[in-house]
Every structure is written in structure tokens, then in C-alpha cells.
Design a protein around this ligand. Structure first.
Ligand SMILES: [Zn+2]
Length: 170
């Protein structure tokens, strides 16, 4: 019983640390400004096999440094079919920051990154092949935010996918 209680208290502690970590966000492409993505492409449809676009695409020159938008720990850095070379970072507030179509990544699983730290380079891997180089950036909240759900296509998923445009300028 005592053990369970201390495990529970530690988990609670970790959970609140996750919530309370300060969040300072950085536009994840070196030198990019708010003009380097289209502000109406979040939840744009139709969007390939995903149905709706659950992120934003920040454009730039191939090979430009891609920087971590948030501080956090690298959950995954590797190759997937649609995303190509991708990096996923668990940041403050239990949010996963996902970056896709990288030309290369320079981080490994378990690594701690500060906001604005180099993570890889801009590319066109995965299903971005042949399109202008960009990073697909999504923010996924592990804690559901039900007040953000809508009646749009897949609108209930808005409990989990935040609009990076809004979060970046928060
Ligand atoms: Zn995209």
C-alpha cells in the first residue's frame, strides 16, 4: 500500500512538472518568419490520405537548419513512410512536437533539447518528394482539450491537435 502510494505521488509529481515546465517557442526553421507558412492550411481539406492537414508547412531553402520549437526530450528520430525523416519531441504541457520531411536529422532518441536548438535540416522526404522543401510541423497534446473540438471533418481530433500558428505566437 505504501509503495503504491509513493509510486502514485511520484507519477503525480512528474505529471505536474510536465504541465508546469515553461513553454517558450521558437519558429522551427532558421531565419523563417510568420510569412513562411500559409495561415489557413491547418485543418485544410481534402488533404491526401490524412483527410485534413493536421499541422502547418513552413517553407524554406533545402538544407536550412531546422530548430526545435520547444524544449523537450527526443521521443523518436527516424524514417517513416509518409513523413520521410521525422523527429518527435515531448515538450512542456505534455505536448508532442512533430517535424516531418527533413533532409537529415541531427538528434537521437532520449536527447534533451532546448528551444531553438539545431535538430536537422529542411528537406522534401516522404510524401513531400518533388514539392518545395518544407517542414511539416504538428503539435499533439497528450492531454485532451475538449473545448477545442469542432463539428468539422475529424473535428473531434482538434482536442489533440493544436494549431501551431496560434501556439507559436502565444
Ligand atoms: Zn504538412
Amino acid at each position: 500500500m505504501k509503495l503504491l502510494k509513493s509510486v502514485f505521488l511520484s507519477l503525480l509529481f512528474v505529471f505536474f512538472i510536465g504541465i508546469l515546465l515553461p513553454q517558450s517557442l521558437h519558429i522551427p526553421v532558421k531565419g523563417a518568419s510568420v510569412h513562411d507558412w500559409h495561415h489557413n492550411t491547418f485543418w485544410y481539406e481534402p488533404w491526401g490520405t490524412s483527410g485534413v492537414h493536421k499541422g502547418i508547412d513552413i517553407f524554406g531553402k533545402k538544407g536550412t537548419d531546422v530548430l526545435s520549437a520547444s524544449s523537450g526530450v527526443v521521443l523518436f528520430a527516424g524514417q517513416v513512410s509518409k513523413g520521410g525523416k521525422v523527429v518527435a519531441i515531448l515538450g512542456p504541457k505534455w505536448r508532442i512536437h512533430y517535424y516531418a520531411h527533413l533532409q537529415s536529422y541531427a538528434v537521437h532518441q532520449g536527447q534533451w533539447l532546448k528551444s531553438g536548438e539545431l535538430m536537422g535540416t529542411l528537406g522534401d522526404t516522404g510524401n513531400a518528394k518533388g514539392k518545395p522543401a518544407h517542414v511539416h510541423y504538428s503539435i499533439l497534446s497528450l492531454i485532451p482539450l475538449p473545448w477545442l473540438a469542432t463539428l468539422e471533418t475529424q473535428g473531434w481530433k482538434k482536442m489533440f491537435y493544436l494549431d501551431p500558428s496560434k501556439v507559436l505566437v502565444e
